[in-house]
Design a protein around this ligand. Structure first.
Ligand SMILES: Cc1cc2nc3c(=O)[nH]c(=O)nc-3n(C[C@H](O)[C@H](O)[C@H](O)COP(=O)(O)OP(=O)(O)OC[C@H]3O[C@@H](n4cnc5c(N)ncnc54)[C@H](O)[C@@H]3O)c2cc1C
Length: 298
């Protein structure tokens, strides 16, 4: 049987103007950029919604979506704020997915390795098979070169003595010197995709990264947290600083109800109610409860 071509209806498209005057949430700029460390950057390159009614912020897209479920309601800015904060407190998250951000990031591979575990973004990365890796390596500042923490196996603690810190920097020098070999070998014809495998993980990579606000806030809550590695926290904080003027109400609600809030377990609630120590023999749980009590000034 012969296949028939796809039929299109050729219906006229109605193009309706905005009801009120609008402005560009990025002030007409092509990118907003924050430098991180020695060669890193976080750049915001696009936002949805890019155009907003004058007098609002991109938070309006969250409110607009929520009103589909809650009805028209009021349009006052203060009440928009109340609605967004209500949604954030009650984890009604889908309206936050209506705002999207596209970033350009440049970061060391060891940071990208942690970052890429977040699966809800769309990513397109620099290809070190197609192009030469650029001669850029992350060198931590002295303040970042610290001893292994004795209490947190995934953390740094006090500053190192100068001699050991210098030994560490000499070790980085030797790793970075591998770049010369990499360049020579690629010039001799070794394929870029195999020549790159000798480069250290402090070499920089780049990508475009697009994510909606709900998933970005999930990322930020994990990666701005003190348990995250300081380097990825620095990138996360830069992203927060870039989105804050664009969605100020949602950004504030995130700090209030997520980043600087606290989750209490059933055992912790019982300890508060009874005024007794927490009912567990698990040392880590006891330590976590002590940290929460200190934060609460108990
Ligand atoms: C301080 C810290 C230490 C860490 N240490 C380690 C470590 O030692 N080893 C290690 O391997 N990882 C480690 N991780 C990574 C961690 O386990 C998560 O992989 C990472 O934080 C991404 O979290 P996510 O899955 O919630 O995020 P996303 O991938 O952004 O997903 C967001 C949410 O979407 C949902 N989701 C997405 N994809 C799926 C799916 N396929 N199935 C079900 N639900 C899905 C989940 O609800 C998830 O919470 C660490 C992370 C942090 C912050």
């Amino acid at each position: 049987m012969e296949s028939t071509p796809t039929q299109t209806a050729n219906r006229p498209i109605e193009k309706k103007p905005f009801e009120t005057e609008t402005f560009d949430v990025m002030d007409g700029a092509a990118r907003w950029e924050i430098k991180v460390h020695d060669h890193g950057l976080v750049a915001l390159v696009d936002v949805m919604p890019r155009l907003c009614p004058v007098g609002k912020t991109a938070d309006y897209a969250i409110v607009q979506a929520a009103r589909v479920s809650y009805g028209e309601g009021t349009k006052m800015v203060n009440e928009d704020r109340g609605l967004i904060r209500y949604l954030a407190r009650h984890r009604h998250t889908t309206p936050f997915e209506m705002v999207e951000f596209k970033f350009h990031h440049c970061m060391p591979i060891f940071v990208a390795r942690q970052w890429i575990r977040h699966r809800t973004a769309n990513v397109n990365e620099y290809s070190a098979r197609y192009s030469l890796v650029r001669d850029r390596f992350y060198r931590p500042t002295p303040d970042y070169i610290r001893k292994q923490s004795l209490t947190n196996r995934q953390g740094r603690d006090e500053q190192l003595d100068e001699g050991t810190a210098n030994e560490f920097l000499a070790y980085l020098d030797r790793c970075e010197a591998m770049y010369e070999d990499y360049e020579k070998l690629t010039e001799k014809g070794v394929a870029r995709e195999i020549a790159r495998i000798g480069l250290p993980v402090n070499v920089y990579t780049e990508w475009y990264w697009k994510i909606d606000l709900h998933n970005l806030l999930h990322f930020l809550s994990l990666r701005m947290d003190p348990h995250a590695q300081q380097e990825i926290r620095d990138y996360s904080t830069a992203m927060y600083d870039l989105i804050k003027p664009i969605v100020p109400i949602a950004a504030e609600a995130f700090i209030d109800y997520n980043l600087e809030s606290m989750h209490l377990t059933r055992l912790e609630i019982e300890a508060i109610k009874s005024g007794q120590p927490i009912n567990t023999a698990n040392k880590r749980e006891v330590a976590e409860w002590d940290a929460k009590k200190a934060k609460l000034g108990m």
